[in-house]
Design a protein around this ligand. Sequence first.
Ligand code: ADE
Length: 220
Amino acid sequence: MKISILTLFPNMFDGVFTESIIKRAIESKKIEIELINFRDYTLDPHKKVDDSPFGGGAGMVLMCQPIFDAVEDIRTPESKVILLTPAGKVYNQKMAYDLRNEKHLIIICGHYEGFDDRIRTIVDLELSIGDYVLTGGEVPAMVLVDSITRLIPGVIREESYTEDSFTSNVLDYPVYTHPRNFRGIEVPEILLSGDHKKIEEYRREEAKKRTKEVRPDLLK
Ligand code: ADE
């Protein structure tokens, strides 16, 4: 999969894409990431990409021209164009599974107060990563890339994500490692029993209990 990220701040992605699992996914060519500064596409002599809103109001608005030109330059019939905005559909694990099958994602990171609404006419999907407002779409783009990349076959072991929280609408069951007793807190006896059927049952129950407590909305 190729992922093209349109941003005014490509340096923000340093680190996130040069460490750990994403780094390995890039090195093993499971994904290719292209960072494009859409300021490079502006036709404005002062390299301007934003302007004040018609009708007045606070802040600056991203203009159509640089983003239209950038998307038209890189888009192919196989591209899916995603706009990141707090006004989009709320992103979830099911969407990550759907998006992992795409050949080419173009992710547009908004910034400042917003973007000219006509930009919405060239996108396939508007996504928000949650009900809060960030300074721009860069962190949400990292969230998308990370959550999709780990689901691409061969990036991590399949068992590592088939039992994830949200995949089956329950949160993860609790896990423990050595030592058996840490500051008086014991590892549940059943996990030391070697009885795999009982352990599986215990984990299922614990996951359900935890979900009911913390995220009852998932069980509906
Ligand atoms: N840009 C600013 N806030 C955002 C959010 N919550 N999701 C996606 N893009 C955003």
